[in-house]
Design a protein around this ligand. Sequence first.
Ligand code: DGL
Length: 266
Amino acid sequence: MNSKPIGVFDSGIGGLTVVRALMQRLPHENIVYFGDTARVPYGPKSSQVVREYAAQDTDFLLSQNVKMIVIACNTVSSVALDVVQKRANIPVVGVIQPGSESALHTTKNKRIGVVGTLTTILSNAYTNTIRQLDSSIEVFSKPCPLFVPLAEEGFIEHPATELIAKEYLFELKLKKIDTLILGCTHYPILKNIISKVMGESVRLIDSGESASAQVEKMLDAEGLRNPSKLKANVKFFVSDIPHKFTEVGERFLGQKMGVVKKVHVE
Ligand code: DGL
């Protein structure tokens, strides 16, 4: 049972930032990743459609005999955590709760910002979770949809990205937040520019990193840790292999990807 893989899914390639965090923290855990590259992006889609896709993505991971599911996608975690939990009779970790808890432990002035896709921000998932944990916290949020294609395009330290970051983030700067949740798989790729624009006094929370800490805790709590000390086996599945897939994927993963298999999910 414990050598079974952890299943991770995302709307596309962005969830590889979460796989990267998991591989660093839990190098002996086998992983199966599914990226729904044929239907990405989920960020501008309605909750109803995202919930349908999330159910199908979950079924694919369950067919791979995984021991736990990690929802790397903030958009899915925001609007479809219950769908995944209901379908899977195994532990499920989304990114909203761990990201919210990290932000709460980090803020000193009780003013937290959240950036994410349109659907994530409109769902108020981060705001509600944070305020349930501590109702004295003020939360300010802003959708930043253009960060997704900029990160995929490799515009990492690019003046165009800085200009757009300034445009998106100036409202949050005026709110005097001291903590900003990067509530989207792609945003950690742009953290240097986001940090430059927000200024040194604002601490950035990578919700994927927070989720990987939560996965570690849950593996221990459920007695599911892989006792093997062998190098882990990481398998990648996608619903389409678009141009530049490997180049972008390796940038997000921070290392070579190995074999990527295309599967049909519906
Ligand atoms: N993975 C998505 C998220 O974290 C971003 C990309 C998309 O819009 O599908 O919200």
